[in-house]
Design a protein around this ligand. Structure first.
Ligand SMILES: Nc1ncnc2c1ncn2[C@@H]1O[C@H](COP(=O)(O)OP(=O)(O)O)[C@@H](O)[C@H]1O
Ligand SMILES: [Mg+2]
Length: 329
C-alpha cells in the first residue's frame, strides 16, 4: 500500500510538465459517481440513475463497475463470482496490455445484455471483477517503468474507451470504489462530469469539499470533469424533513461545497449544488440485493418518505438539465 500515495502525485507532476496538454474529446454525457468514502450510496445512485436515464433515453445507457467489490454487478443481477471469472470484465478492458489495443477490442462482447425482465432493455453494464484491486498494483508496476509515458497512455486510453461508446450510448455512468487509486483517477479525468454522493452525516460529508478541491486542481483544466452537484442518500425523515443531525451536516456540506466551486460550475449550479435526495427505503435495499422484482414497487408509497419513482425522476431531470446547460445545448 505504501507505494500508492507517492505514485498518486505523479498525475500532478505529469500535468505540470505539460505532457497532457493536448485537448482530447470526452464522451459528452459521461458521469463519474464518486466519493472516497464507502457505504454512502454510490452504487445505489449509479444503479437507480442508470435505470431512470434508460427509461427516458432513445439510445442505450452504459454502466461501468470499477469497484473490486462488484456491488453494481450484483445490483444489476449478475453473480459476481461468475462474471469475475470471465475474460469480459472491466479488468480485461483496462489492464495495461489493452492500452494500445482499443481498436482490437470487440466492445460489444463486454456489454453483455442484461437478462433481467425487470430492467430496461437499453441498460447495459461492463461487469466488475474481484481482481480490480490487483489491477491498480499492475498499473503502478507499469508506471514504475516509465511514469510519464504510461500515465499519459492510461489517461488517454480510458478517455478514448469512454468516447468509443458515444454513438450507441447516450449516457455512461462509472461506479467508483471508495479510493483514489489510478483507475479511479483515470475514470474521473475521462468523464465529462462527476456526481458525488453522500449520506448527510458529519463523518460521510467530511471528505467531500476536499474531493471537489482536488478535482478543481486537475491540470490541464480541459481534463477537469465538471460538478453536476451532489446527491444526498439514505435520508431519514421526521415530520417531512431531515432529522436534526442530518440537517446540520447538510448545512456544513453546503458551506464546504459552495466555497470550492469554479466559475463555470457556479454559472450552472447557481447557489444550489444539491441534485436531489434519496430516502432510506426498504424497497431500495431489497432491489440492490436479491430481489430485482422490487422495482415494481418503486412507485408504491408505504411511509412518509417519497417513492423511489418520485425522487429518482427528480434527480434524473436535474442531471439532464445540468448536462444540457454545461454542454450549451
Ligand atoms: N437509500 C437507501 N435505502 C436503503 N438502503 C440503502 C440506501 N442506500 C444504500 N443502502 C444500503 O447501503 C448499502 C451501501 O450502499 P452502496 O450504494 O453500496 O454504497 P457505496 O457504493 O457508496 O459503497 C447497500 O448495500 C444498500 O443496501
Ligand atoms: Mg459501491
Amino acid at each position: 500500500m505504501s507505494a500508492i500515495p507517492a505514485l498518486n502525485t505523479l498525475a500532478d507532476k505529469l500535468d505540470r510538465s505539460g505532457a497532457t496538454e493536448i485537448v482530447h474529446p470526452k464522451h459528452p454525457r459521461s458521469i463519474c459517481i464518486i466519493n472516497y468514502k464507502g457505504g454512502v450510496g454510490k452504487t445505489t445512485t449509479t444503479a437507480l440513475l442508470g435505470i431512470y436515464l434508460a427509461k427516458l433515453s432513445k439510445k442505450k445507457v452504459l454502466l461501468f463497475d470499477i469497484d473490486a467489490q462488484c456491488s453494481l454487478s450484483l445490483a444489476m443481477g449478475f453473480d459476481p463470482e461468475k462474471v469475475s471469472n470471465t475474460e469480459l470484465t472491466v479488468y480485461n478492458l483496462v489492464e495495461p496490455k489493452a492500452w494500445t489495443k482499443l481498436k482490437q477490442k470487440k466492445l460489444e462482447n463486454y456489454t453483455q445484455a442484461l437478462k433481467s425482465i425487470h430492467l430496461p432493455k437499453n441498460l447495459e453494464i461492463i461487469p466488475g471483477s474481484f481482481n480490480t484491486d490487483e489491477l491498480d498494483y499492475l498499473i503502478a508496476k507499469t508506471l514504475l517503468k516509465d511514469e510519464k509515458r504510461y500515465l499519459t497512455e492510461l489517461f488517454l486510453y480510458i478517455k478514448q474507451l469512454l468516447l468509443s461508446f458515444e454513438e450507441e450510448y447516450e449516457y455512461v455512468l462509472v461506479d467508483c470504489p471508495p479510493n483514489k487509486m489510478f483507475l479511479t483517477q483515470a475514470m474521473l479525468r475521462a468523464c465529462s462530469f462527476y456526481l458525488p454522493v453522500t449520506i448527510p452525516d458529519q463523518i460521510s460529508i467530511y471528505g467531500m469539499p476536499r474531493l471537489i478541491r482536488w478535482v478543481c486542481q486537475i491540470d490541464p483544466p480541459s481534463d477537469r470533469p465538471k460538478l453536476l452537484g451532489y446527491v444526498l442518500n439514505a435520508l431519514n425523515r421526521a415530520g417531512g424533513g431531515m432529522v436534526g443531525s442530518q440537517q446540520r451536516a447538510h448545512f456544513d456540506l453546503i458551506k464546504g461545497v459552495m466555497s470550492t466551486l469554479q466559475a463555470d460550475e457556479r454559472a450552472v449550479l447557481g447557489d444550489k449544488a444539491l441534485v436531489g435526495e434519496i430516502p432510506r427505503l426498504d424497497v431500495i435495499a431489497r432491489f440492490l440485493g436479491e430481489d430485482k422484482s422490487a422495482i415494481t414497487e418503486f412507485n408504491v408509497k408505504k411511509s412518509g418518505q417519497p417513492t423511489v419513482d418520485a425522487c429518482m425522476t427528480a434527480i434524473r431531470n436535474v442531471v439532464i438539465d445540468r448536462i444540457t446547460r454545461y454542454n450549451g445545448n
